[in-house]
Design a protein around this ligand. Structure first.
Ligand code: SF4
Length: 210
């Protein structure tokens, strides 16, 4: 477990999803501070703009808190949970809403687990499970916050912090399953391989010379 860190050094929980999806995407956004939006990111952002309004209400003994701020000193993470249901015995149960469908990268489960670990640190209560709700399928998928998922999430957080501290941007590796839906494709130029790296280096050295 890493030592507690200052708030400005924490990473957004969403950064873990970027890191899980593609290390280069993570570095372009969180090291080089580049961003571009495509249809998928715009739809997700609009959905969250509508739902990210803090509110709380009780139903059948469960307290439902929306847009709950989260943080973990141990993992160096911060974020906002779409919804946290506090069950009648006080157990927090995070629920994350997704515009699309379940993805094969496991990044949604990582995001949910990171939220659960933040909640455990903030409340001192165990968080054994949470749920993902997908807009396209209208299905709620329960997720066990088990030992394997916790380990994976902690490891990813440590690796993401280490990559940001090194300030490295991994080289592009074209993978149609990822790159064709990536909002940074036009900035990344994944098909160009070495040519793009050379172009980028030449552009940077020209900028420095100027
Ligand atoms: S285009 Fe591909 S290699 Fe480049 S950042 Fe996106 S997913 Fe990663």
């Amino acid at each position: 477990m890493r030592a507690p860190m200052d708030d400005e050094d924490k990473l957004a929980i969403s950064a873990l999803q970027h890191f899980r999806f593609c290390g280069r995407q993570f570095a372009l956004i969180h090291v080089e501070r580049l961003w571009a939006e495509n249809r998928l990111t715009a739809e997700g952002r609009l959905m969250h703009e509508k739902t990210d309004v803090p509110a709380a209400h009780a139903t059948a003994g469960t307290l439902v808190v929306r847009a709950m701020p989260l943080a973990s000193d141990a993992l160096g993470l911060y974020g906002v949970a779409d919804t946290v249901e506090f069950l009648p015995d006080g157990t927090p149960f995070p629920v994350e809403y997704k515009h699309g469908r379940p993805n094969p990268h496991g990044s949604d489960e990582i995001q949910l687990c990171a939220q659960a670990l933040c909640l455990e640190e903030m409340t001192g209560r165990a968080v054994p499970a949470g749920a993902l709700f997908y807009g396209k399928t209208r299905r709620r998928k329960n997720v066990s916050i088990d030992a394997a998922l916790r380990e994976k999430t902690r490891t990813l957080a440590a690796e993401a912090h280490a990559l940001r501290e090194r300030g490295e941007t991994p080289r592009a590796q074209y993978d149609p399953a990822k790159c064709d839906s990536c909002s940074l494709r036009e900035l990344c130029l994944p098909e160009c391989g070495d040519a793009a790296e050379k172009l980028e280096r030449a552009w940077r050295s020209r900028l420095l010379a100027d």
